[in-house]
Design a protein around this ligand. Structure first.
Ligand code: NAP
Length: 224
């Protein structure tokens, strides 16, 4: 049975990705920083899901998670925060940018560094970073600067990792799920979590293995 680790999987897009992968006979390590929320989410998926306590900003938590995961084929770096909104970069508290980078960018990097040794043992290892169209330099405005900068930086992490892992044949890609109805996306977002999860699950399972170092939405490449 293949195994996948999904970070920030107690709710939203991460939970839906975990649910879909479990339905495709993956064993899912459901990462969540909150034990009660994570255990409840894993129980609702059933036998194919195991809760793993994982705060992506906490090195000790990542080390402990590493011990709890015995084999791994797919890593989905999904955990993310958005603390800022309408303010622009001229008035943004730099502390918000630092915290956002800690989770959205460095969190994904730290978790990947920790799990590459295990992924390297798989014949079909894949890494998916859940990014955002907000990080596209080609379409950047002033909205949510900390969030958008963190996702641009995550996209750079994706390209660097894809190049660094080419010799191990581990594809690494960024995905924009679109604007999705979750706690982060809000009630007015046009997409369901099922739609938001689609490209992520496709990259984790069926996408051509030579597709790497790209930014995708709706299973198609989009500009950085
Ligand atoms: P969500 O419902 O707010 O879920 C975010 C998840 O990340 C939660 O499980 C949260 O845990 C977790 N998380 C935050 N900080 C964490 C940390 N330090 N360690 C571990 N987990 C942490 O948001 P979502 O919409 O599903 O977002 C999932 C991903 O999609 C994010 O990377 C987001 O940027 C991206 N995205 C979303 C949209 C959208 O429209 N919704 C659009 C583009 C990209 P807690 O429950 O403990 O807070």
């Amino acid at each position: 049975m293949k195994a996948a680790l999904v970070t920030g999987a107690n709710k939203g897009i991460g939970f839906e990705v975990a649910r879909q992968l479990a339905a495709r006979d993956f064993h899912v390590f459901l990462g969540a920083r909150n034990r009660a929320a994570g255990e409840k989410a894993a129980r609702s998926i059933g036998g194919n899901a195991t809760f793993v306590q994982l705060d992506v900003t906490d090195g000790a938590s990542i080390s402990a998670a590493k011990k709890a995961v015995d084999h791994l084929d797919v890593l989905i770096n999904n955990a993310g925060v958005m603390e800022d909104g309408d303010e622009n970069l001229l008035t943004l508290d730099p502390e918000i940018l630092r915290r956002t980078l800690e989770t959205n960018t460095l969190g994904a990097l730290r978790v990947t560094q920790a799990f590459v040794p295990l992924l390297s043992k798989s014949k079909d290892a894949r890494i998916v970073n859940v990014s955002s169209g907000g990080g596209q330099l080609s379409d950047m405005g002033t909205w949510s600067p900390a969030y958008c900068i963190s996702k641009t930086a995550l996209n750079a992490v994706t390209v660097q990792l894809a190049n660094a892992l080419r010799d191990k044949s581990i594809p690494v890609n960024s995905v924009c799920p679109g604007w999705v109805r979750t706690d982060m996306g809000g009630k007015n977002a046009p997409r369901s979590v099922e739609e938001g999860a689609d490209t992520i699950v496709w990259l984790a399972t069926e996408a051509p293995r030579n597709l790497t170092g790209k930014f995708l939405r709706d299973r198609k490449e989009i500009p950085w």
